[in-house]
Design a protein around this ligand. Structure first.
Ligand code: MN
Length: 563
C-alpha cells in the first residue's frame, strides 16, 4: 500500500499525522532542484512503504529530516509520536553523519559502524530509502559533491543493501552511482553493448514461447516469465574479469522463470536440460546452496537454438521477492510459514571472516516466527561489545568495548602507541584512560622519545596494546622476539595499457620498500593483466600498497592474496 492509500484508509493514523507534521515543518523549504523539500520526505516514505515495513517506520521516514533540517527538537517528535518513532528519527539523523572519505581499506569498518550506530535494522532501511531518492535526484548537485556521494553509495550503501539481501536495491544504487564514478567507462559500455544487448533481448523473447509450450506439455504452469538485463555496474565488473570481451558474458540478458514451488523449479530445470544441453560448469544450485547473502535460484547456461548461449534463472515467487527486498520481504513470508527450517541452510556458504556480522544477523533473524516478534527484535545488539572510533582522516578503528585512546593509538601503529602522550576526543582533550564510544573522532598526540608507562597496562583492552607495552617496557623480551618468516603476496592487476605502466607500478612497490619476487604480464589488446609476487612485510603495508596502486588511473581492477 502506498503512503497516500494508507492515509486515506485511516485518517487518524500515525502515518497521517506524520504526513501533516512533516509537510508543515518543511513548508517553504526547497531542494537544490527547486522541488519542495517535503516531496523528498514523501518519496522516502513511499520507498519504505513499498518494502512493507511497519507504520512506525513509514511515519519516521516522513519525519526523517525534520530534526536535522527544520530545527524541530527531537523532544517534540517524542511528545507527538512516541518513543519508537523518535528513536528511529534520531537513529537516521546520527547515521547520516557517517561520511566516506575515500580510505578504501576502512570501508568494512565503516559499514560496521553504520550498523552499530543504527541500533535497529529499520533505521538502516529508512536510511537506504533516503539514499535511493538522493541518488535519483543527484543530477542537481555540484560535480565534486556528486562524485563523493556516488562513491559513498557504492562503497557503503549498495554494499549494506546487498548484505541485507536487498539485491534489487543494491543493484539500483550501484547503477545510479556508476555513471558518476566512471563516466568514461559508462559511455564506452553503453555504446559497446547496445547492439549486442538488443540482439540478445530479441533472442530471449523468441525462446519464451518454446519454453512455455514445453512446460505446458509437462503440466507445469509458471507464474510468469521475463528477461532480465544485466546491470551496467555489475556488467562492467564482470567484463574486467573476462578480458573486456562482451561475447564471453553469457548472462547479459537472462531468461527468468518464476514458479509456484521448489519442486516445479527442479522439474523445470530438467525439462530445459532435456530441451537444450547445458554448458558444463555453468549450472549453479543456489537453492540447495544459497549465496552468503541468502540469494536462492537455479542458474543454468544452455546451448539454445542455433547453439546460441543463454542463461536461464529459475526460482519461486518467494525467492524472487526475497531477491528483490531481502530482509524487508522476510517478515511477510514468515507469517505464512511460521517455521524455522525455511532459513536453515541459507548462510552455509558464508565467508565466515568477512560476513560474520551478516551471519549473526541472519541467525538471529531465524529465531522469530511471527512478524511482530521480528519487528521487535530488530535491535542491532551484536555490536554491543565493539566500538568504532574514527581518526581525523576518517579511518575507522574497530576496538573492543571499554577501549581507551591508548588502544586506539596502538591500533594505528605501534610507534604511535609507544610515543602517545595525550588524546583529543571530538576536539576535546581526554584522559588516556577515557572509554571511547562509537563515532568518536580521536586524535592522538605524540611526543618524541616518549616511552609507554606501566600504568597503561591496567586500562588498555586490546591484546596487541598489552603485548607491545610489555615488550617496550622490557627491552630484553623485545630483542629476543622471533623474527617472523617472510611470506609472499600475489597481486593481480588489470590495467589499461600505456607506455611506462609497469615502471609506474613497480615504482610504487620500491617506494613502499616492498620487495618484488616476480613479475608476469600478459598483454591483451587494450588491457594488461599483471601478476606480481612480492614479500609481505605486514598485512597493513600490503593493504596500503594496494590502495596506492589502485589510485593509478590506468588500473581498472586489483586483487591480491597472501600466500
Ligand atoms: Mn533525507
Amino acid at each position: 500500500m502506498t503512503v497516500k492509500e494508507l492515509i486515506k484508509n485511516q485518517s487518524g493514523s500515525l502515518v497521517a499525522k506524520a504526513y501533516e507534521f512533516a509537510k508543515k515543518a518543511h513548508a517553504g523549504q526547497k531542494r537544490e532542484s527547486g522541488a519542495a523539500y517535503f516531496e523528498h520526505a514523501l518519496a522516502v516514505a513511499e520507498n519504505v512503504a513499498s518494502w512493507k515495513l511497519d507504520e512506525s517506520s513509514i511515519a519516521a521516514a516522513l519525519l526523517h529530516d525534520v530534526v536535522e533540517d527544520t530545527g524541530v527538537p527531537l523532544e517534540n517528535i517524542k511528545k507527538e509520536f512516541g518513543e519508537d518513532i523518535a528513536f528511529l528519527v534520531d537513529g537516521v539523523t546520527k547515521v547520516g553523519k557517517i561520511k566516506y572519505r575515500g580510505v578504501e581499506m576502512q570501508v568494512e569498518n565503516l559499514r560496521k559502524m553504520f550498523l552499530a550506530l543504527s541500533l535497529d535494522i529499520r533505521v538502516v532501511i529508512i536510511k537506504l530509502a533516503d539514499r535511493l531518492h538522493n541518488m535519483q535526484t543527484l543530477d542537481n548537485l555540484q560535480q565534486a559533491k556528486q562524485k563523493r556521494i556516488a562513491l559513498e553509495t557504492m562503497e557503503i550503501y549498495a554494499s549494506l543493501a546487498y548484505r541485507l539481501g536487498m539485491q534489487k536495491l543494491s543493484g539500483e544504487l550501484e547503477d545510479l552511482a556508476f555513471p558518476y564514478i566512471y563516466p568514461q567507462e559508462y559511455a564506452w559500455l553503453k555504446k559497446e553493448i547496445k547492439d549486442e544487448y538488443e540482439k540478445r533481448e530479441q533472442f530471449a523473447e523468441k525462446i519464451r514461447p518454446i519454453v512455455l509450450g514445453e512446460l505446458r506439455k509437462n503440466i507445469i504452469k509458471p507464474l510468469f516469465m521475463d528477461s532480465r538485463a544485466k546491470r551496467y555496474s555489475s556488467l562492467y565488473k564482470k567484463l574486467l574479469r573476462y578480458d573486456m570481451d562482451i561475447k564471453k558474458i553469457h548472462d547479459l540478458v537472462a531468461l527468468r522463470i518464476i514458479l509456484n514451488t521448489v519442486e516445479d523449479c527442479y522439474a523445470t530445470l530438467g525439462i530445459i536440460h532435456k530441451l537444450w544441453p547445458p554448458m558444463p560448469g555453468r549450472f549453479k544450485d543456489y537453492i540447495a546452496m544459497p549465496k552468503p547473502n541468502g540469494y536462492r535460484s537455479l542458474h543454468t547456461t544452455v546451448f539454445c537454438l542455433n547453439k546460441t548461449i543463454i542463461e536461464i534463472q529459475i526460482r519461486t515467487l518467494e525467492m524472487h521477492d526475497e531477491d528483490e527486498n531481502g530482509i524487508a520481504a522476510h517478515w511477510a513470508y514468515e507469517q505464512k510459514k511460521g517455521t524455522k527450517q525455511y532459513n536453515e541452510n541459507r548462510t552455509s556458504y558464508a565467508d565466515k571472516r568477512d560476513l560474520t556480522w551478516v551471519h549473526q544477523l541472519r541467525n538471529w533473524q531465524k529465531e522469530y516466527s511471527n512478524p511482530e516478534d521480528f519487528m521487535n527484535s530488530l535491535k542491532i545488539d551484536f555490536f554491543k561489545d565493539r566500538i568504532f572510533a574514527i581518526t581525523p582522516r576518517g579511518e575507522v578503528i574497530d576496538l573492543p568495548y571499554g577501549a581507551t585512546p591508548i588502544d586506539f593509538a596502538y591500533q594505528i601503529h605501534s610507534d604511535i602507541g609507544d610515543s602517545c602522550s595525550g588524546a583529543r576526543v571530538n576536539g576535546r582533550i581526554a584522559s588516556l584512560d577515557y572509554n571511547l564510544h562509537s563515532g568518536d573522532v580521536v586524535e592522538i598526540i605524540t611526543q618524541k622519545n616518549k616511552k609507554p608507562s606501566a600504568s597503561w597496562l591496567t586500562t588498555v583492552k586490546t591484546a596487541a596494546a598489552k603485548s607491545r607495552i610489555k615488550s617496550a617496557l622490557n627491552k630484553k623480551t623485545w630483542s629476543l622476539a622471533a623474527k617472523p618468516e617472510v611470506s609472499h603476496t600475489e597481486f593481480r592487476i588489470v590495467a589499461e595499457d600505456k607506455v611506462g605502466l609497469l615502471k609506474d607500478i613497480t615504482g610504487i612497490f620500491s617506494r613502499s620498500h616492498v620487495n618484488i619476487v616476480s613479475v608476469n604480464s600478459g598483454p591483451n589488446a587494450r588491457f594488461h593483466v599483471l601478476k606480481i609476487v612480492c614479500e609481505t612485510p605486514s598485512k597493513d603495508k600490503i593493504a596500503r600498497l594496494a590502495v596506492k596502486i589502485k589510485s593509478l588511473k590506468e588500473v581498472k581492477e586489483l586483487n591480491y592474496k597472501l600466500r
